[in-house]
Design a binder for this molecule. Structure first.
Ligand code: HEC
Length: 155
């Protein structure tokens, strides 16, 4: 009888323990926190479009130009040879601006380094004439969201 009492006590304890953890899970304490963090990480596409097209003017360098020097709209942000040259020789000058449409090949961490710190995906300072931007995290995420919304070039 004594043994049965101990065993049933242990079972009761275990059930009570399960009850506590089950109710903690039921309360879903962790779930809303995770969802909030996730939604905070998603950039605002409309704001990104505004920043890219009207404020930072990324297309001025990342969109190719026709023979008259006008941007080729149909190839918006698809990468371009650098159309401006330095006044003085500059060994750190980049002669190509890569494609940004689709933003394939860059992680969010790359984007943070490039747009918030001026550090390239290779860990080196961004080359001229690309600007060293010091964007807010929110603006950088908005730009990434917009660039990802554009169709990637066929590989
Ligand atoms: C004045 C010309 C110019 C403007 C404006 C410009 N870029 Fe660039 N960008 C370049 C050039 C040139 C490179 C290549 C330099 C390098 O890779 O270091 C480059 C490189 C990049 C890279 C690749 C960096 C890497 O490490 O591979 C990204 C991403 C990028 N630009 C995004 C942007 C975005 C987004 C904007 C607008 C917010 C923008 N650029 C505006 C000229 C420009």
């Amino acid at each position: 009888m004594k043994t049965i009492g101990i065993v049933s006590g242990a079972v009761l304890f275990a059930v009570a323990g399960l009850g506590i953890s089950a109710s903690a899970v039921k309360q879903g304490v962790a779930k809303p926190v995770v969802q909030k963090a996730a939604s905070h990480q998603t950039g605002d596409v409309a704001r990104g479009k505004y920043l890219v097209e009207e404020v930072a003017m990324c297309g001025e360098c990342h969109t190719p130009r026709d023979a008259q020097g006008n941007l080729i709209e149909a190839r918006d942000l698809q990468g371009a040879p650098t159309w401006i040259a330095p006044v003085h020789p500059d060994s750190n000058w980049a002669w190509n601006a890569p494609t940004l449409a689709g933003f394939a090949g860059y992680s969010d961490a790359d984007a943070v380094n490039i747009l918030e710190k001026g550090i390239g995906a290779n860990g080196q300072p961004i080359q001229r004439p690309m600007h060293i931007y010091h964007m807010s995290h929110e603006d950088a995420l908005a730009i990434v969201a917009y660039l990802k919304s554009l169709p990637s070039l066929p590989q």
